[in-house]
Each structure stands twice: as C-alpha cells, then as structure tokens.
Write a protein that binds this ligand. Structure first.
Ligand SMILES: *[C@@H]1O[C@H](CO)[C@@H](O)[C@H](O)[C@H]1NC(C)=O
Length: 403
C-alpha cells in the first residue's frame, strides 16, 4: 500500500497537462458547424453553450437496451462476465498510440502479456488529463463505452447489452450490498483481501480466474472499501466537507439533485454530477484501490496514483454506463439533448480556477471537436468521431437506449 500518496491525484491531476496534437482540438469555443461563416472569433474568451443536432447519418432500427446489472438473468451475467474475461486474453491492439507523457503516464506496453483489455486501460491513462473535469467528460466516456461494447461483441462474441450499475440501490449499506456477489460464474466479486494487497479472490474475475491487469504492474482486481476517502484528498479546498461519507454522494436524492436541478445548464449539470463530492467520484473513491486508481503494492516506485488507472477494475464500465445513463436521462429532459460546453484543459489547481472553469478552460471545445481516440478507429465504425456524433444514442453511429 502507498497510503501517504493515496488519491494524491485521484479524479484530476492538474499539474501536468500535456497538449493534445493540435489537429485534435478545435478551439473555436461556441462556434460549431452551425455558426455562420466569419462569425467565430479567433480567440474565444468565454464558454458559451454550443448546440445543434448531430449530423451523423445512419439508422438504428433495433437499438441495444442497456439494463441494470441486477435485471440480468444468471445466464446473461455469465455471458457478460466471461466476455470481459475474454477481452483480457485478446492480444494487444498494435494501432494503439501514446499521445501524452508525464509522471503519471507510464510508457505504453506491448509485450505479449498485454491484452486488449489492458490497451483500453492504457487509452484512459494516456488521455486522463483531457477527459476529466473538461468538456470531454461525458462525450468521451460515451465513445469509450461504445468501443468497449464493440470489442466485447467483435472480439469475444458477446451478444448482450452492456450492463449499468445503479449504485443508488446500494448507497445505504455499500459495504454489504447484494451487488457484491462471490459466485465464480455469475458474480462481479466482493471486496479484496487486505492481506493480499486487496486483490479480490472471488467472483468471475477473481485472483484465480485468470483475469489479470498489467498496468502499472501485474495484479488481480483490487477493491478496498473506503467509507471516508475525502480525509486523504489532496485538494481539500475543493471539498465542502472532508468528513463526508462517500455513500452520501450517490444516494437517489443526490443523483436526482444533479439530474433535475440543471435543465438548460450543461455546465451546472456536469459540475454537480462530476464534482468530487458528487456521484461519479463518490463511487470511484468508495470502492477504492483499482477503481480509485491507487498503485498496486508491487508497482514500480515511480507509480503515480490517479484516476487514470481506474478502468483496471471492469466495474469501471458498469459504473460509467450509469454515468452515461445519467447524461442520457438529463438529455431527454426539457431541451437539453444537444447542449454542450466546456474547455479541454483541466483547472484544478485552486478553488478560484476550478470555480471559474469547472468544465475546463481553453482551448474551448465545440460540438464539432474531434475526439482523441488513441488508436481504436479500426475497431470502431467511424474513423473520426466528433462530439456531435455522441449526442444522440440512436443516430446510427450509436444505437442503444437505457431501460
Ligand atoms: C452511509 O453508510 C453508512 C454505513 O456505512 C450508513 O450508516 C449511512 O446511513 C449511509 N448513508 C446513507 C445516506 O444511506
């Protein structure tokens, strides 16, 4: 364990923001594809909302219906869990690219132990500084989940839908929730063994299941129940209450406050939901260890913990499906669907900069900004994906709904 450095950079490392390749960023602020020619200022100074329907053609006549994990039958659970395990045995994607460097970004690995699952983890590590507390947060993670779903299908023959994890059902007694299921075929596993670096030893992905992660060192999934993670939070000035129990951040009431309180206000909605003491971060931090992004005990001394590592626990994708569902639910209220705004640079160094730029600062993003996709185009159905391709989950590029 590296408790002194615990969550030293969880959910936002601000000190090092490597630049994305300039071509990947469209820095035109409020100027989307619908702005009249000559309308866009060269250097926008504010983050106004940008909006407009997706221009993606295509059809989606039979959308996949993503369901809550506990509504899956035992057979559906088995199929999903084994497909994820399968991805952990598929070879490295040789198209994968590293775009960023920094103390918390290890070099991309390509040795034979590296699986396509590890590659997905790496893409999140590589882009960590761009995709959290910026305008990329919701659209980029929607794209990421979609690629993950495609990989499960195309690489591992999975025919079902992605599950989401409605953690509001578990907030009251998170540690002992029925979600934690030790069944070796149909369970996601329980908590890790404190005497073995918090690696989980049960469920379909446990220590002896063969499912192994390789960033930043070889280990099985690690989970450490952490009821008060904010006590060790590196940026207490961003918190309202350092003593808060993390389960207070993802109750039904708290989620509803984000979902229903910000119609017409994309920035307010994202900030409320993605805030350190909001539902997104609270779940990451309470599960601890891998989902929080802590370094395994056998990690190199150079390991810098942070949210970058968090997809090491496949619960990441079930959690983020719930995150995506929340955006989807918000989009389907009032006229929120095509609302978007934000910058591409994290501003977490001080409360003042975070308050001024809760969704990041310049370069500004617009609905036509092209996502950084890390070398997954060959596995996707679109070679270049813009934010506006991700507003509508049934536009033909995307084709799913939530139940
Ligand atoms: C949070 O969890 C604790 C037990 O760990 C429980 O006593 C408390 O009631 C929970 N809070 C909510 C809002 O459910």
């Amino acid at each position: 364990m590296r408790l002194p450095t615990l969550i030293s950079s969880v959910l936002g490392t601000a000190y090092l923001v490597a630049a994305l390749p300039a071509a990947n960023i469209e820095a035109r602020g409020t100027c989307g594809s619908f702005a009249p020619a000559g309308f866009c200022p060269a250097s926008p100074t504010s983050t106004g909302p940008s909006s407009g329907p997706s221009s993606t053609p295509g059809s989606c006549t039979n959308p996949t219906i993503r369901k809550e994990w506990r509504t899956f039958s035992v057979d559906e659970k088995k199929a999903f869990l084994s497909a994820v395990k399968c991805l952990g045995s598929k070879p490295h994607n040789w198209d994968l690219v590293q775009s960023n460097t920094g103390p918390d970004i290890p070099n991309m690995m390509t040795d034979p132990s590296i699986s396509m699952y590890d590659d997905m983890v790496f893409t999140h590590i590589d882009l960590n500084h761009h995709i959290h507390s910026t305008g990329w947060f919701f659209p980029w993670h929607r794209w990421y989940l979609n690629v993950y779903a495609r990989l499960l299908t195309t690489q591992c023959g999975y025919t079902g839908a992605l599950p989401y994890w409605d953690w509001t059902q578990d907030a009251a007694d998170f540690e002992h929730a029925t979600f934690w299921d030790a069944d070796p075929n149909s369970g996601v596993g329980t908590w890790g063994n404190p005497n073995n670096d918090y690696q989980i030893e049960d469920g379909a992905w446990g220590l002896n299941s063969g499912f192994k992660l390789h960033y930043p060192s070889t280990h099985a999934i690690r989970r450490q129940f952490t009821p008060q993670p904010y006590l060790q939070f590196p940026r207490p000035y961003l918190l309202a209450d350092v003593n808060l129990l993390a389960n207070e951040t993802f109750t039904k009431d708290r989620l509803d406050a984000s979902l229903f309180g910000f119609d017409g206000d994309f920035q307010g909605f994202q900030k409320s939901f993605q805030d350190y003491q909001g539902p997104h971060a609270g779940v990451h931090l309470m599960v601890g260890a891998d989902l929080t992004g802590l370094c395994p005990g056998n990690a190199p001394a150079s390991c810098v913990p942070g949210e970058s590592w968090s997809p090491n626990d496949p619960l990441f994708f079930m959690h983020h499906a719930m995150v995506d569902k929340t955006w989807y639910d918000w989009q389907n209220r009032a006229s929120n669907k095509y609302l978007f705004q934000g910058g591409s640079t994290q501003m977490l160094d001080s409360l003042a900069s975070y308050d001024a730029y809760p969704l990041g600062s310049a370069p500004w993003l617009s609905s036509t900004s092209i996502l950084p996709t890390g070398g997954w185009a060959r596995f996707d159905t679109k070679s270049s994906v813009a934010i506006q391709d991700l507003f509508d989950t049934q536009n033909g590029y995307l084709c799913y709904t939530y139940q």
